[in-house]
Design a protein around this ligand. Structure first.
Ligand code: HEC
Ligand code: HEC
Ligand code: HEC
Ligand code: HEC
Ligand code: HEC
Ligand code: HEC
Ligand code: HEC
Length: 418
């Protein structure tokens, strides 16, 4: 979800990308005679995660509940969070124009009514967002994609005006670029278009969600080999990030969790293990944490933290990429204590005063929730957008949050319940 400034950035990024793709194709054409091209990542090289289920069932079954898997899905009922029930299915722009979310024979629609008369109806085709903060919806027209004007905002369990959409006029023609899909899907084939034209996509060649093959590379060859050689217990033709260097592991996650990077190559060509700076302009100077938006830049924030700088930590030190562990604060705190334990010098200074309760929740004091500057939505009846709260990855000492936490978790109270 995107604010005005982000949209402007995205426009700039798009303009920049279009230019760079143009320049790049020129370069590639010049180079073609001289060097063999690296193989491009193509749709045919993917197997799809249903095929992994046959041999990696446990991982498959937990993975389909992750925010990654769910971050883009076809728009069927089970994936749309907002309500289509009468009374809960409308968003009024003013007293004259209302958008109603309707289930019809051919799918789910956003239907615009002006003074009660239907003026426009556009179908939900793709859901973007697992819904932990919210969801926005894409409709297709021919081979193009457009964002629908009404989104869903989870904190309010309510339909809302899409981020940075004007209230007047209500627009149904805001294009969706491949940039959204590069972070929110595994792969999509693009049709060649004029460089000034809106992008066109092949809808038979979309791999929804951040799926297995985003982190393990296209795996059709692995599936073919292991199926034909069922007694072979060693894997072939597949990438296991376990063997990555720290930088490779960080680059894999920073591909989408590194904030607004400027693309220099089509990022669908990035493969796990590749170096991110070959695909993006990366500013590696240290950025002050207060200048980084908490939205989408966990890498930038983490990198500024003392924890990160003074250990070999990666994202996987705390996150299991195959499971939905959202909300399991005690489990995350255990992972802090893999490093911050009694044996090592750097234990929390409040341990003595707070006691056992401290071990259940390091997170709310040291990684507090902060308002996103870019995931904001205008709720019905509100004049100002409401911001989603995001977990800061700048791990540090936050005196105010610690005070709030301490007063809620008064050690005297926790003793009583023990
Ligand atoms: C026909 C069975 C089969 C299918 C289908 C299959 N795999 Fe595998 N895979 C294996 C075997 C066998 C191994 C080696 C033993 C192990 O590590 O479990 C393996 C290992 C792996 C590894 C670890 C590699 C390593 O070097 O340690 C990854 C990652 C992997 N598979 C991913 C996938 C993905 C992603 C899919 C779906 C696109 C998939 N596999 C589909 C059989 C299969
Ligand atoms: C192709 C882009 C992409 C890559 C690569 C990627 N992520 Fe994500 N990740 C996302 C998106 C998009 C979301 C938001 C999903 C949503 O809620 O709709 C997300 C969400 C998450 C979440 C929040 C989960 C939750 O329950 O809310 C975690 C944790 C996470 N990613 C960790 C990682 C780690 C660790 C890696 C590297 C091993 C990684 N991601 C690689 C795109 C990516
Ligand atoms: C650089 C990668 C990146 C790009 C580009 C990007 N997103 Fe995201 N998006 C994320 C990540 C990561 C999250 C998870 C929340 C966070 O970390 O702030 C997210 C969160 C979201 C969410 C909320 C998901 C949820 O479950 O709460 C929506 C909706 C969304 N993005 C839509 C879009 C749209 C539409 C575009 C294109 C205009 C876009 N994003 C472009 C990475 C990206
Ligand atoms: C967000 C990135 C991401 C996604 C999506 C993902 N994996 Fe993984 N996978 C990893 C990482 C990182 C590791 C190495 C973890 C470690 O260091 O132990 C891994 C390890 C593995 C292994 C090897 C296990 C081992 O103990 O060595 C297998 C098999 C595997 N993944 C299969 C899958 C399958 C099947 C899916 C989809 C159902 C999937 N992965 C989705 C990132 C991912
Ligand atoms: C991979 C090991 C590792 C993990 C995991 C880890 N840390 Fe750290 N952390 C460190 C190291 C090393 C330091 C620097 C210690 C020093 O200064 O002696 C540090 C420093 C800190 C500091 C002091 C920061 C400052 O600016 O003074 C805090 C607070 C902290 N960690 C909290 C956490 C919390 C909370 C978690 C879990 C969410 C966590 N750490 C997970 C290794 C780790
Ligand atoms: C020291 C532990 C630690 C490390 C390292 C870490 N995270 Fe997290 N992350 C957390 C905790 C704790 C949460 C909050 C989980 C919750 O509320 O359920 C979180 C939440 C997230 C979320 C969801 C944010 C939100 O507010 O919805 C994303 C996305 C994410 N992490 C991505 C990453 C990425 C990418 C990296 C590596 C650059 C990373 N994390 C490294 C501990 C860590
Ligand atoms: C009630 C809030 C709160 C909780 C819960 C909490 N901390 Fe702290 N922590 C603080 C504050 C405040 C400081 C700074 C204290 C000082 O400097 O006197 C601190 C300091 C630290 C330090 C720096 C110590 C040093 O030597 O400079 C580390 C490391 C740390 N905490 C880790 C953790 C870990 C790990 C957990 C979970 C097991 C945790 N904290 C739980 C509030 C908290």
């Amino acid at each position: 979800m995107i604010t005005f400034s982000k949209y402007r950035k995205i426009l700039l990024i798009t303009a920049f990308t279009v230019t760079s793709i143009f320049l790049l194709t020129q370069c590639m054409q010049n180079k073609k005679e001289k060097t063999a091209q690296a193989p491009l990542v193509r749709f045919e090289a993917f197997a799809g995660s249903e095929t992994c289920a046959g041999c990696h069932r446990k991982i498959y079954e937990t993975h389909i509940h992750t925010a990654h898997y769910l971050t883009t899905r076809p728009a069927v009922q089970e994936f749309i969070k907002g309500s289509f029930d009468k009374g809960k299915n409308a968003y009024a722009y003013d007293s004259t124009f209302v958008i109603v979310m309707e289930k019809r024979d051919s799918g789910f629609y956003q239907v615009g009514y002006f003074h009660g008369a239907e003026r426009i109806a556009k179908r939900f085709d793709i859901v973007v967002g697992s819904g932990s903060k919210g969801q926005t919806f894409i409709t297709r027209f021919g081979n193009r994609l457009y964002q629908l004007p009404v989104s869903y905002f989870t904190a309010a369990n309510s339909w809302a005006n899409s981020p940075q959409f004007p209230r007047h006029p209500v627009v149904f023609n805001r294009g969706i670029t491949s940039r959204c899909l590069e972070c929110h899907s595994t792969f999509v084939t693009k049709f060649a278009t004029n460089r000034d034209a809106q992008e066109e996509f092949n809808f038979n060649q979309i791999i929804y969600g951040v799926d297995c093959e985003k982190c393990h590379g296209p795996a059709a060859k692995h599936v073919e080999f292991q199926s034909q050689n069922p007694t072979e217990t060693k894997a072939k033709y597949i990438i296991n990030p376990k063997n990555f260097s720290r930088q490779q592991m960080l680059d894999l996650c920073a591909l989408c969790h590194g904030g607004r990077l400027r693309k220099t190559k089509p990022s669908f060509q990035f493969q796990p293990g590749d170096t991110l700076s070959n695909f993006f302009d990366i500013d590696s100077s240290t950025v002050l944490p207060e200048n980084i938006d908490v939205h989408g830049n966990q890498f930038g924030l983490l990198r500024a933290s003392k924890c990160f700088r003074m250990s070999g930590m990666t994202c996987v030190s705390c996150h299991n990429p195959h499971e939905n562990e959202r909300g399991k604060i005690a489990l995350f705190s255990e992972r802090c204590m893999n490093c911050h334990n009694g044996q090592q010098a750097h234990m929390c200074k409040l341990t003595d005063s707070i006691g056992y309760a401290i071990s259940k929740n390091c997170i709310d004091c040291h990684m507090p929730l902060q308002a996103s500057h870019s995931i904001t939505e205008l709720l019905p009846g509100k004049q100002e957008p409401t911001a989603a709260m995001i977990r800061s990855h700048y791990i540090a000492i936050y005196p105010n949050e610690s005070k709030n936490f301490s007063s809620f978790n008064n050690p005297a109270n926790s003793k009583k319940t023990n």
